[in-house]
Write a protein that binds this ligand. Structure first.
Ligand code: SF4
Length: 225
């Protein structure tokens, strides 16, 4: 039976790829236990995407069912990820419910959908797509004007051209001043982290080199961790 919330039952449906408890592998919250709610579907096709199984695989769940499953883990931190979570209208109900239940809520978004309606307390990790992704023409630049001080901006970097693009965006939009962190993440097994580190140091960039911790703990291709 649907759970009562504000006196109402919530039967709104989301398509969910997976819900699991793991260690946060990205952002400044890396290393923290976290429940991940992966929503199905994405309208981008980044060349290096590591979750293509989330494009179509999933099952319908009510917001109440998602809340119940999240609650079983007894974990304060919850991340909504995908796919692209903002493609599903009911994700906003889920955010409201998670916040009302006292969770710290993070949102990983591809950066091509407006973040305008995301509740302010949600910590948004907003991608800016570099040319190597094949999707840089889809960046929704207005999102960079909507960042809250606790939000973070992520660039996934495949090669030197991506690095220079990211560097120029960071400078042009003064992102190190406007976000809690600017994350430069090398494409796993494609760009050497050491090379990226050297470029960042050479340019005196105040960004954060991000390695995907979960891939070092469990391996690059393991799902549900
Ligand atoms: S936005 Fe994310 S889920 Fe969508 S294709 Fe790119 S990496 Fe994959």
């Amino acid at each position: 039976m649907a759970v009562l919330y504000n006196g109402k039952r919530n039967h709104a449906l989301l398509t969910i790829n997976e819900i699991f408890h793991s260690i946060q592998g990205e952002s400044t919250h890396s290393g923290r236990p976290c429940v991940f709610v992966r929503l199905t579907a994405c309208d981008l096709r980044c060349s290096w995407c590591d979750t293509p199984y989330a494009f179509t695989e999933g099952r319908k769940m009510t917001v109440d069912e998602v809340m119940t499953q999240v609650g079983t883990f007894g974990c304060g931190l919850v991340e909504l990820t995908g796919g692209e979570p903002l493609l599903q209208r009911e994700v906003y109900s889920l955010m409201d419910r998670l916040l009302a239940a006292g969770h710290t809520v993070m949102l990983e978004t591809g950066g091509h959908v407006s973040i305008e309606q995301v509740p302010q307390p949600v910590i948004k990790i907003v991608d800016v797509k570099c040319p190597g992704s094949g999707e840089s023409q889809r960046n929704h630049w207005a999102n960079l004007d909507r960042l809250a001080p606790h939000d973070e901006v992520k660039f996934v970097i495949k090669d030197r051209a991506d690095y220079e693009y990211a560097r120029d965006v960071v400078r042009r939009h003064e992102l190190t001043r406007r976000a809690a962190a600017v994350l430069f993440s090398p494409v796993h097994a494609v760009l050497d982290a050491k090379t990226l580190a050297e470029w960042i140091l050479e340019d005196r960039l105040e960004v954060r080199l991000q390695l995907q911790t979960h891939k070092y703990i469990w391996g690059a291709d393991v799902r549900g961790v």
